[in-house]
Write a protein of this length. Sequence first.
Length: 285
Amino acid sequence: MARSIVVGLDGTEQARAAAEWAAEEARLRETALHLVYAKEPVPEALLSLVTRESEEDWAEEMLVRTAAALRARHPALSVTTRLLPAGPVPELVAVAEESELLVLGSRALGSVAGYLLGSVGLAVAGSVERPVVLVRAVGRGTAPRGTVVVGTDVRQPMDAVLGFSFEEAARRGARVQVVYAQQLPLYAGLGPAMVPDVRAAAAPEVRRWLDEQLEPWRAKYPELDTAARVVAGSAGLALVEAADDAALVVVGRRSRRSALGARLGSVAHAVLHHSPVPVALVPHD
């Protein structure tokens, strides 16, 4: 699977949208597509109602049916399937580490359906050392041309995030919009009569930092239209608003685990829950 995109399926509409998006991505990358299903642990109270055989039969049929539909739409695409033994989180993390990219279904905040859409999906996305793309069933699910929106942070290394973003934009012939959200201190909201304009003072330094970060990528991809924006307020809100007409939103994620284990930051959570378009989480040091 060294040159493949892995899609985790669970039979939901969101997972089907993820498979469709991943098939188009595999076509753009000229790589293979690998569809997987990880068997869920069955609570003891349900053992008498659910058998391993029935789950395996259903999962195998679902994988075969999805693969056939994708091959029909993309005849040149290599599509393989695999039923993973047990335990969605460790199995999906392990198979994703052998691939270029993991794609999962995503959901709006408050929805409940499918193990890939809730705590399991978030745990996998926070643990994989490869980029993970989460795709919503509503809206656009097949990677259209448009804008690749990138969230940046002066406190984090940006090469991995920007590299992924520019490569995705180049595949689509899309423009790149880099967004930096300047979180103002609490006292800055008390009014211009009481405090100096903190935003105006800090913005030139942030813009210079953004230009320095973007310079090598603009040189490598001179054909791409690239814009940078500095906005005040919540980074999650700014990225969700910018995603309205985008093809993809890209957010960085620390690859090092904290003492509490794998986790996603507040910005990633906000974008995952509210973005109408696919969201890519790119690990960095």
